[in-house]
Design a protein around this ligand. Sequence first.
Ligand code: CA
Ligand code: CA
Ligand code: CA
Ligand code: CA
Ligand code: CA
Length: 399
Amino acid sequence: MKNLIIAVAVFITIASCNDTENNNNALNTDSKFEKIDSTEAIYNDEEYLEAKELQKKVPLFVTPDLETEAMKSPKSDVADDPAIWINPADAAKSTIIGTDKYDGLHVYDLDGKELFYYTIGKTNNVDVRYGFPLGNEKIDIVACSNRGYNGISLLKVNPADGSLEDIAARKLEIDTNIVDDIYGFCMYKSPKTKKYYVIANGKNGLVQQYELVATKNNKIDFKLVRELQIPSQPEGMVADDEKGILYVGEEAVGVWKFGAEPEDDKKGQLIFNAEDVDVAVPDIEGISLYYAEGGKGYLIVSSQGNFTYIIIDRETDKYITSFKITDSQIDGIEETDGLDVLNLPLGTKFPNGIFVAQDGFNHDNKKISNQNFKIVSWDKIAKMATPNLIIDNQYDFRK
Ligand code: CA
Ligand code: CA
Ligand code: CA
Ligand code: CA
Ligand code: CA
């Protein structure tokens, strides 16, 4: 009898180990809910009220159309950065991928419902690129910075349902002696060479660019091709795949512009200084690009210190205006970290694309709830400004 009990216990142990592996889908895992150091603004009444007061100076506003399910992690500052993946077969079935700074990646549908959740570690910023050639396939890649092991997570999108699968050839770690603490992240596809890159920055201001390379067994590895230096802590970054430009946010200062090719000049240009615009209040956080035909479009930047967003002209680098996202049926947004914007249509619900941003203070029925992401249709943002901003739901930046 005793032997039988031991045998059963051993069997259960083995079975549950296998279960865990299956559930994790062979992704690298980190333990849940470990404390991490965060330099994000921390909620306190005084700071919050001051930002709300400063927000009043920005008259332009829109309201959210939708919000994602609240994050499950029991921490106050959990969600960070979203990315939009366009489903090539049916754009209405596109997804929003959102980082959970303590625990991994969430995948939501366009109703904000969570479809998948991957506990792959302390993900921070996430980005998407389309059509990476791997074996006989062309795959879409979701990649993010992962503070769990000071590295990069690379995932392939399953086009059937938007689920994600680890595609990294190995654990893609970055030397902590160089990039002290991985933080901001974006991807870049060169219009010149069609090569794909992941770009990461650390709190010490170092930016590293890695080329993605396919391995013989159809996985993806990376190799360092370039380093840049930002004077103080950066985070938000975005690359322009048409013009070959890398934009880097320096949190306390503004936005830098660099050539995005590995051989480009290492000297950047500060195209936006928060000091020059009364309603821009650091931290400068998430950055994303709205693409339009003929090199037109916008750079949208989170002005975290007053709960607003800055719009910069993609052609001229000139500041255009600022806006905020206020309460309606769904609560407005405060203290955004990451954001993303898309010009292309996402089915009948969002025929003119969307803007997605992290909400630092998600309220439900006037009570504070766990953090989430808010979605606003782009045409609302375009029509809010005078003159109206461009609505271009045709220009395909993926080509
Ligand atoms: Ca930050
Ligand atoms: Ca935050
Ligand atoms: Ca992003
Ligand atoms: Ca809110
Ligand atoms: Ca809410």
